[in-house]
Design a protein around this ligand. Structure first.
Ligand code: FES
Length: 403
């Protein structure tokens, strides 16, 4: 067969005949083989490497605790198995598993360390007390140096992607939302990441700013990192600080002139709500706007389309878990995942923002509300009634089936 003057494909009918002759021989071999695997899959080299690089669970130990205030602490965690700890990318999070009373729950915390720290066997996370929070208060009041912590390997999409993001990044951090940017700044400074970061770090006052000395030192020694502090409730002298909220004017004041830039945002719910009206003024393409938003940062009452008359109500939650049927309560303003955890029903979960799909469950009956922007289900899942309970809220009595 001649496809092109320089390409000749040679076919041999004998090859086909030989293949046909192999079939009975193969069937005979399969028929006489033992049904037992000859080698346990865990001992395959490729699986050993995969498990070492991406272990399902990590047994970590708290090496050091740094107290920034009564409500904000840094935890430095080391891996018991060996050095290094599984690698991660700057901006990713670590999900820790907690047992609080009869509840088993998970919480994702952004890693503040540079990925290079994993090579030295360490992760750094920061925890801030959330008013009425179920997990943050437990961690801050109970975790001690030397305690063992169970966590899952780092993951998350709030990472710099050279193919998608602009070379210049304007980071907008609010409060404890500084952690992924601390990771970016550290990673740029040690050469793990290569982009220009202009960080607008918002806090209510100077006392709430964490790691200022280190950020200032990075900005002084690394020409790719610039840090601007923005105080919303400034008291006393504020020379060297911007005042007010981070909005379009401030972003334009510090963003690179006449160059493309990506905007990365991580902070409390109020910050996202404010920026919702500000970012469109910048006129930059959607792909350059990246938000790291946990479901907890949302205020249900502000979500377009939510029937606010339901707030404060409590509904019946029926959970089918294999052959078991469990009855529990769910509050209208709690995500279904929160209600499951409060009822002591363990559901796998990682991101708690609708992204990872770990909590995927089937809605058997009842109506639910999913806020805009967090519905990351596959089209088929949405069509066939699957939900992500971490970002789904009951609109009445509901029945779900969990895996
Ligand atoms: S925990 Fe990730 S989608 Fe629900």
């Amino acid at each position: 067969m001649k496809l092109h003057k320089n390409i000749i494909v040679k076919t041999k009918s004998l090859d086909f005949m030989n293949t046909a002759a192999m079939i009975p021989q193969r069937l005979a071999e399969i028929g006489s083989s033992s049904a037992e695997p000859t080698t346990a899959p865990d001992s395959y080299n490729v699986n050993l490497v995969a498990n070492a690089l991406h272990p399902k669970k990590l047994n970590l130990r708290i090496r050091k605790i740094e107290e920034h205030s009564a409500d904000v602490k840094s935890y430095y965690l080391t891996w018991e198995n060996s050095v290094p700890t599984p690698y991660f990318r700057a901006g990713q999070y670590l999900t820790v598993q907690l047992k609080v009373g009869s509840s088993v729950l998970t919480r994702p915390y952004s890693l503040a360390s540079s990925p290079a720290s994993a090579l030295h066997g360490e992760y750094h996370i920061m925890v801030k007390r959330v008013p009425d929070g179920f997990a943050s208060g437990y961690i801050l009041d109970n975790w001690q140096v030397g305690d063992k912590i169970t966590a899952f390997a780092p993951e998350g999409n709030f990472v710099y992607e050279p193919l998608r993001d602009a070379k210049n990044v304007v980071g907008l951090a609010g409060g404890s939302g500084i952690t992924p940017f601390l990771s970016f700044a550290r990673a740029i400074a040690d050469g793990t990441e290569d982009f220009n970061l202009t960080l607008l770090y918002g806090a209510r006052n100077k006392d709430e700013i964490v790691f200022k000395d280190e950020l200032d030192e990075i900005a002084r020694t690394c020409d790719k990192v610039k840090v601007i502090y923005v105080l919303s409730e400034a008291k006393g002298t504020t020379a060297g600080y911007e005042k007010g909220f981070i909005g379009a004017d401030l972003i334009q004041k510090y963003a690179p002139e006449n160059e493309k830039y990506s905007v990365f945002v991580c902070g409390p719910g109020a910050m996202y709500r404010f920026l919702g009206g500000e970012l469109p003024k910048l006129g930059i393409a959607d792909k350059y706007i990246r938000m790291e938003m946990s479901a907890g940062a949302r205020k249900l009452a502000d979500e377009p389309g939510y029937p606010t008359e339901l707030l404060g109500k409590t509904f019946r939650l029926t959970v089918i878990n294999r052959d078991e049927k469990i009855e529990a309560e769910c509050k209208a303003d709690d995500s279904i995942l929160c209600s499951l955890e409060k009822a002591g029903i363990a559901v796998p979960a990682r991101c708690r923002s609708g992204e990872c799909g770990f909590c995927r469950s089937k809605l058997i009956g009842g109506e639910v509300f999913i806020p805009q922007g967090v519905d990351k289900r596959r089209i088929a899942d949405a069509r066939f009634g699957y939900i992500h309970p971490c970002c789904t809220y009951p609109l009445g009595d509901i029945t779900i089936k969990i895996n």
